[in-house]
Design a protein around this ligand. Structure first.
Ligand code: NCD
Length: 327
């Protein structure tokens, strides 16, 4: 029997809604596409642009405050030579009662290609993706998912594992990641659990019992309320922001107690292996969930996450537009 070379995998999805939907192969395809875009941003010539989305329109539609994610998507689109439009939600017709579908119909009447949406309600991006022809990227929906954050985190971890093991092809199989803090309100935690476990990593979730939603262990992560137990064998200590704005009431007895039991600082980090890297999605509450010395210390890769975020979002937009359309 003659077997030909395996067909290279092609990107087929119209939208990116969550990492729960993606296969390991699809996630790896995005991660493997990102390095070429990292190189574009680091070009010695200073010309940080490629024409892959030339003539396309990318619309940023953010209903929640965001610095990193919004600017990262905007830069990613610009570095792919797309036209970009940022919707001013405060001054938009949503304030006059227009539905999201009607607003998107209007944006589409102006020929949008990609719509990047952040909304405080879980499920909004999927709802829009199912009804509209624009390619939707979920930039965070309530406490549900934030897939590009999960992807840029997986990419950052993989880069470090590859460097540490001096193996440019190393995978995340067996890598141990401890995610600490406000799991209940965190779409970042959810996307990371889906993404990292699909890539073969072992994920431990740790926080006060009131911030660990029931059933979270069914996502395939180990769960503990003991910080030292969570990080004792970790290759990565991933600190989440305490989302004070999403808590109807304070869900732990006092800040002092949270700091004593869960803050990642020089003292608690003594329980982690010396090689463990420190991550945070930003924005940080300095000296609440993470101490300033650790946030600025030699093991933190927090700004690398930001740098990688642009490249990973370029990879996502390129695959969505140029992969999907070729189908
Ligand atoms: C996160 C978010 O908004 O989901 N931030 C981010 O996108 N970098 C996490 C957070 O707000 O704590």
């Amino acid at each position: 029997m003659v077997t030909g070379a395996a067909e290279p995998m092609r990107w087929t999805r119209k939208d990116l809604i969550g990492l729960e939907d993606l296969s390991r192969a699809e996630i790896e395809m995005i991660l493997d596409t990102a390095p070429q875009f990292l190189a574009v941003s680091q070009r010695e010539s200073g010309i940080k642009k490629v024409p892959l989305l030339q003539g396309r329109l990318v619309v940023n539609w953010f209903f929640e405050p965001s610095t990193r994610t919004r600017t990262s998507f905007e830069l990613a689109a610009k570095r792919l030579s797309a036209d970009t439009l940022t919707m001013n939600v405060q001054a938009s017709s949503a304030k006059k009662g227009e539905t999201l579908h009607d607003t998107l119909d209007n944006i589409e009447a102006m020929h949008s290609d990609i719509v990047v949406i952040r909304h405080n309600h879980a499920g909004v991006s999927r709802m829009l993706a199912e009804r509209h022809h624009s390619q939707i990227i979920n930039a965070g929906d309530g406490a549900h998912e934030h897939p590009t954050q999960g992807l840029l985190d997986a990419f950052t971890i993989r880069e470090h594992v590859r460097k540490m093991r001096q193996d440019p092809a190393a995978s995340l199989d067996g890598v141990r990641v401890a995610i600490i803090g406000d799991i209940a309100h965190s779409r970042v935690a959810r996307s990371n659990v889906w993404g990292l476990t699909k890539l073969g990593a072992h994920v431990t979730l740790c926080g006060p019992r009131t911030l660990l939603p029931p059933g979270i262990d069914r996502m395939g992560a180990r769960v503990t309320c003991d910080l030292r137990e969570a990080i004792h064998d970790a290759d990565v200590v991933y600190v989440l922001r305490i989302q004070l704005e999403r808590q109807a009431k304070c869900l732990f007895p006092s800040m002092r107690e949270y700091i004593r039991l869960f803050r990642v600082d020089a003292e608690s980090l003594k329980a982690a292996p010396g090689h463990a890297i420190i991550m945070h999605p930003g924005p940080m509450n300095r000296d609440l969930e993470i101490s300033s010395d650790v946030a600025n210390g030699p093991r933190n890769v927090i700004l690398e996450q930001v740098t990688n975020g642009v490249a990973v979002r370029m990879a996502v937009m390129h695959l969505l537009v140029n992969g999907h359309r070729r189908e």
